[in-house]
Design a binder for this molecule. Structure first.
Ligand code: CDP
Ligand code: MG
Length: 707
């Protein structure tokens, strides 16, 4: 591999094992060469006791007993997520009908971890151990005591139970990820603790970046302590220490040798595939973990590897290629965790979910593209995008660390060392500072937090983003002149577990008499994609799509697909024949039912408009007016401008309106590659915009296009 690969020379402070040998970095704790980890036939109890966190069991329980907040830092795979909740239960924290919660930023991690813990405890998932993610509640009242959930779901629970009274301990896991919901949750938990001193918090994290977390809670505690001294001196007798404790779990990672690309890589999918094949050809046994960015490039790489196995069997036989991304069917998720059969090499191609949220046993080689999908928001143009962007050095180190779990490993970085050292940022920016704040503002408002700018954030969002959000919510009719939730619209929007624009669309549909249709559309928009696509079947899938295509655009096309699916008796063969993702359609049915229930509960009228598609488009406009665009006059290449901000955008090739280019459209989301592409596009009449949001478009009133 020497032609392409160059060993790295980085000397990370304090973590160098061998100064003489370039590129060997030691990723965690003490290095001992025990062969105890990995697959074994040991009983579950033995396996549990071998995890690094086990040695700290007593210490952790002692800290939780005596401190309001405990911060636990430990290398990925040390057992934080799967073990600590069990320790708490064993120590009696779930007695008396109380629950122990463990939050994760990612849904897939919630499911995977809950099912692992249920297995370890020998119980049925959904009984003592359960999980809740949006649109899926696998818990039983009065039975479930360990509950895994996304941080977003816990935030929603606060709307019904602001002090989260049913929980005795809340473990906020993966805090280093700094997801927007984690940050909001931490800010709120800080407030809750002031009212519920008996509540225990555990904040767990894979990196020392948790230091900033501790500072955040430290500050809170010094002020809380002062308050308590003044108001309730008797509390001090309880022996509860308010200073947060930090406990660091020494891991047992092995050395990982870092190799860099000699020169910049043009196509990281192709480069990743070639690297996997090289590893397979030249390196001894051991599984491979490849970090790409999302379903599309993961499926593309998996396909390329499969083709290789097919055409060039003798070099690549013995490879088992498995994709891993959110939205993957359960059965396929499970394959990722099961060990490869003897003599076979597993290649898992993953998003950054495998960076710290999930531990895969048996990984010895990591291939790091250097990219991940990240959210970026520009308050000036009011555009939020999921962009494929370079990861931080901290992430790159985490990814490399995944190779050192069972024995010394190797990491192949598909970028140069110069790039790593000089162009990657040290740490990622917390998501809250690069997100649209609309959902966040509405949640805080619904929880009665009025002074949002003065809220105690772990990292403050920008004032511009905040102002933009207030403006959009005002235009949606969710906030009134005093920036309070309107009744009923504001409260209804807050109740629906959706982006406020989708919620508003649903509320408008109730008034317009097309809620059945709009709820179907909202359900389709909540799954990643209902189409099956991929290299090699593009033509067939495009043709299949044409069978459903509606002149009005993608949303109406979804209704046609849903109708066809329903008429087929929800048949999987029908889906297969039409290049429609059966799994996604099942999910659509499920989400649809849930949304209908919530809609009824908040007093919306469920009604179908039969074939009147104009009202459906009006309802879409009522929610998504802010995403209106018009085709540039004389544009032959399909260039649109957003009405607000005049950003240049194009219709995405996956849209049924691609190349049709109607004059006025509204999009659902943007994806940015070489250009900004609009996904899920529908035609509108511009006069509806003024109707839907006079305030928002008042500046454009003089715009002759809008009259
Ligand atoms: O949270 P942390 O990264 O510290 O570790 P963990 O997720 O609790 O993982 C502890 C052990 O459980 C590892 O050996 C994982 O491989 C294993 N595990 C598993 O086999 N299947 C899962 N779904 C989750 C964890
Ligand atoms: Mg974990």
């Amino acid at each position: 591999m020497s032609r392409f690969w160059k060993p790295g020379t980085e000397r990370p402070q304090g973590r160098v094992v061998d100064d003489e040998e370039g590129g060997v970095i030691f990723l965690s704790g003490s290095h001992h060469s025990s062969s105890s980890s990995g697959y074994g036939h040991a009983s579950i109890d033995k396996q549990r006791q071998r995890l690094p966190v086990f040695k700290y069991r007593t210490a952790i329980l002692y800290l939780v007993e005596t401190r309001a907040t405990t911060i636990i830092v430990g290398e990925t795979g040390s057992g934080k997520t799967t073990q600590i909740p069990q320790y708490l239960k064993e120590a009696g924290w779930a007695a008396g009908g109380r629950l122990i919660a463990c939050t994760q930023p990612r849904r897939l991690a919630v499911q995977a971890v809950a099912s692992r813990v249920a297995e370890e405890m020998g119980v049925k998932l959904g009984d003592e151990v359960g999980y809740t993610i949006r649109f899926e509640d696998v818990t039983k009242p009065n039975v479930t005591v360990l509950k895994f959930l996304t941080d977003g779901v816990l935030l929603r629970e606060m709307m019904d139970d602001p002090l989260l009274t049913k929980y005795s301990v809340i473990m906020v896991d993966e805090a280093h990820e700094r997801s927007i919901s984690t940050d909001i949750l931490l800010g709120l938990l800080k407030k809750i603790q002031r009212r519920r001193p008996e509540l225990r918090l555990i904040i767990s994290s894979a990196t020392i970046e948790a230091k900033s977390m501790s500072d955040f809670f430290q500050m809170r505690f010094s002020s809380a302590l002062a308050i308590r001294k003044r108001r309730e001196p008797e509390n001090e007798g309880h022996g509860l220490q308010v200073e947060p404790a930090i406990l660091s779990v020494e891991g047992r990672g092995f050395n990982v040798q870092i190799n860099y690309a000699e020169e910049a890589v043009q196509d990281y999918v192709q480069a990743a595939v070639s690297t996997v094949l090289l590893i397979h050809e030249r390196e001894p046994a051991g599984d491979v973990l490849v970090f790409l960015t999302g379903q599309d490039d993961i499926e593309a790489a998996a396909q390329l590897l499969a083709d290789e196995v097919h055409t060039n069997g003798k070099h690549s036989s013995g490879l088992i290629v498995l994709p891993l991304y959110s939205g993957l069917p359960r059965a396929e998720q499970e394959l990722v965790f099961s060990p490869a059969p003897r003599g076979k090499r597993k290649v898992v191609i993953s998003t950054n979910i495998a960076e710290t949220s999930l531990t895969l046993e048996g990984i010895v080689y990591v291939v790091d593209s250097g990219f991940s999908k990240q959210r970026f928001y520009n308050p000036l143009s009011d555009i939020e995008n999921l962009v494929v962007a370079p990861i931080s050095r901290a992430s790159a180190r985490q990814r490399a660390g995944r190779a050192g779990r069972v024995r010394p490993g190797k990491c192949y970085r598909l970028y140069t060392e110069e790039y790593f050292l000089n162009h990657m940022s040290n740490e990622a920016i917390p998501e809250i500072q690069r997100s649209n704040m609309v959902s966040c503002v509405i949640q805080l408002k619904a929880l009665g937090i009025d002074n949002i700018l003065g809220f105690d954030w772990p990292a403050s969002p920008s004032a511009e983003a905040m102002i933009r959000a207030l403006e959009v919510l005002y235009s949606l009719g969710v906030l009134d002149d005093d920036a309070k939730l309107t009744s009923p619209t504001g409260f209804q929007v807050a109740e629906l577990p959706l982006d406020p624009m989708v919620s508003k669309m649903i509320i408008a549909s109730s008034q317009l008499g097309c809620s059945e249709e709009i709820i179907t559309i909202a359900a389709v928009l909540s799954v990643q994609s209902i189409w099956i696509s991929g290299r090699g079947i593009q033509k067939e899938s495009d043709e299949a799509k044409l069978r459903f295509a509606a002149a009005e655009g993608d949303h109406i096309t979804f209704l046609n697909v849903y109708k066809g699916f329903h008429q087929s008796g929800k048949s999987s063969q029908w889906c297969h024949k039409n290049y429609i993702n059966y799994h996604a359609m099942r999910k659509v049915l499920e989400v649809r039912e849930q949304l209908k229930r919530t809609a009824k509960r908040i007093g919306l009228v469920l009604k179908s408009c039969e074939s009147d598609m104009q009202v459906v488009r009006k309802a879409v406009a009522a929610g998504y007016f802010a995403n209106a665009c018009h085709l540039e006059a004389y544009s032959h290449n399909g260039k649109y401008k957003t009405l607000r901000g005049s950003q240049e955008v194009y219709i995405h090739p996956s849209s049924v309106l691609f190349r049709v280019n109607p004059k006025w459209v509204i999009y659902n989301s943007l994806v940015s590659t070489d250009r900004q592409y609009m996904r899920n596009v529908i035609t509108i009449d511009p006069s509806w915009l003024m109707e839907a949001a006079p305030h928002f478009y008042q500046l454009q009133q003089s715009n002759p296009l809008l009259r």
